[in-house]
Design a protein around this ligand. Sequence first.
Ligand SMILES: [Zn+2]
Ligand SMILES: [Zn+2]
Length: 246
Amino acid sequence: MKIIKDYHIHSIYSKNGHGKSTPEEDVIKGSEIGLVEMAISDHGHRHYLYGIKKDNIKKLHEEIKELNKKYKNINVLQGIEANMLSYDGDSDIDDLVKNNCDIIMGGFHYGVRFKDLKTFYRIYILNFLGKFSIKINKYITKLNTEAVINFMKKNKIKILTHPGEKIPVNIRDVAKAAVEEDVILEINASHKHLSEDDLKCIKDIDVKLIIGSDAHHKDNIGKYEVAINRIEKSGFPIDNVINVEV
Ligand SMILES: [Zn+2]
Ligand SMILES: [Zn+2]
């Protein structure tokens, strides 16, 4: 089983040293391991620790144009890993992102300038208390699930990154909504989700999946084994995983 496309690669444009390699170093590595297509996808700008600076979105755009001229055996796309900003599904996808990025991914992260206090309370307080109370856990899982579904509905994202990572969701409901909204769910090779259990739980749903390295250093591009193992063990139909060449 070979992975031929990887859209989840961070570069030095994810600020504060979060991404370690330059886009060119990433492209050289991607091309060496036989990817036919890849995207440089840094964090959306509302991530106050790691988000790409707005000025760098255009700069990266120009850089990617040059990389495509220089490296002919691989197609390089500009991506973004946008952030969920509220339980109503707001995001940091703006016109600058839409006009420059070829592929828009999105997911839930801490460290984001959330839209309002209500969101802040739910994210930090209720999700924390949910670890100690079954009742609160049930309540916040339902709200989290609705938030992620709203996020998919409100924004034209192509890929939902690491669903269920960091905050709990009902993965079956998320998968059903992803089918309706034509969103691909990610099996993230650097995080635990989608997990083997998630995959078992949704294997009867005709949802499209993708493996993403979530590499923050060029040397992690190509490390897909953990994600592949999860799929194989779960029995999820491999034909639904769009970046695999069987
Ligand atoms: Zn992420
Ligand atoms: Zn990421």
